[in-house]
Design a protein around this ligand. Structure first.
Ligand code: NAI
Length: 258
């Protein structure tokens, strides 16, 4: 289990769900991981649990929409470990409301967390990684950045924006000879708080109905487990994906195949 031996990684939104699964897998593969999240209570608790297992986990509170906050956390990574090899821009939110019900404030909030923050994190990671001539940035987009969902136009737009942003940055970094690869990880529907009840604007009954509806439509008949998404992130983080940049890696139980 050494595919990320001594690699320094930063994962946003790592206090739960997919981000936590990615942080845990990276740690078990030998990485030093800075878990970050807006939810400090849960993030600290998980980092402490992981340290007790002998893993090199730290936690810093980071609101990904705050550029100054990003700078402090990048500085903390540098102080602890001296470099940054892998950034996973994973933090995200979903607000369910069709285009007629959606407010401008909800649109802006979704795009601030899901898209603007990916720009901020990517820009700061490039500044750190280009000095060392290598790095991997993984942007957690979604199949919902490829197809539209009537109840998620803001989410769709933010994730579609991430996908094309990643392509522009990949071409730039490759042509500059920075040695930095950047790819999109596009999960299908995964069993996390985002789907199983944590959605803003939707009560738990409607969330359960939505989950049942999704399961019917997924060819494999079930949601992804977070660790199944994390394994794809590991591939993008490691040298196994050395010729891959500007791509989408879709992990969706066959959803887009139909
Ligand atoms: P989750 O709700 O379990 O985790 C999201 C994490 O992001 C939470 O720990 C939350 O505290 C954190 N977060 C929210 N706003 C933040 C902010 N401003 N700054 C820092 N952290 C913040 O959800 P899940 O499912 O693990 O989502 C992770 C990523 O995967 C998101 O980008 C999501 O859009 C994406 N995704 C999820 C899918 C799913 O079906 N669960 C499908 C496709 C993509």
């Amino acid at each position: 289990m050494t595919r990320l031996k001594n690699k320094v990684c930063l994962v946003t939104g790592a206090a739960s769900g997919i981000g936590l699964a990615i942080a845990e897998l990276f740690l078990h593969e030998g990485a030093c991981v800075m878990l970050t999240d807006i939810n400090a209570e849960s993030g600290e608790r998980h980092a402490e649990r992981l340290r007790k297992d002998g893993l090199t986990a730290l936690f810093e509170r980071l609101d990904v929409t705050d550029e100054a906050h990003w700078k402090q956390v990048m500085e903390a990574v540098r102080e602890h470990w001296g470099c940054l090899d892998v950034l996973v821009n994973n933090a995200g939110i979903a607000i369910l409301a069709d285009v007629e019900a959606l407010t401008l404030a909800q649109w802006r909030k979704t795009n601030a967390v899901n898209l603007d923050a990916v720009f901020i994190g990517t820009q700061q990671a490039i500044a750190a990684m280009k000095m060392q001539g290598a790095g991997s940035i993984i942007n957690v987009a979604s199949i919902e950045g490829i197809i539209g969902e009537p109840l998620a136009p803001a989410y769709n737009a933010s994730k579609g924006g991430v996908r094309i942003f990643t392509r522009a940055v990949a071409a730039h970094c490759a042509r500059q000879g920075y040695g930095i690869r950047i790819n999109n990880l596009c999960p299908g529907y995964a069993a996390t708080a985002m789907i199983t009840g944590g959605m803003e604007t939707v009560g738990s009954d409607l969330a359960q109905q939505f989950q049942a509806y999704l399961e019917q439509r997924i060819p494999m008949g079930r949601l992804a487990m977070p660790d199944e998404i994390a394994k794809a992130a590991l591939f993008l983080a490691s040298d196994d994906s050395s010729y891959m940049t500007g791509s989408d890696l879709v992990v969706d139980g066959g959803y887009l195949a139909q």
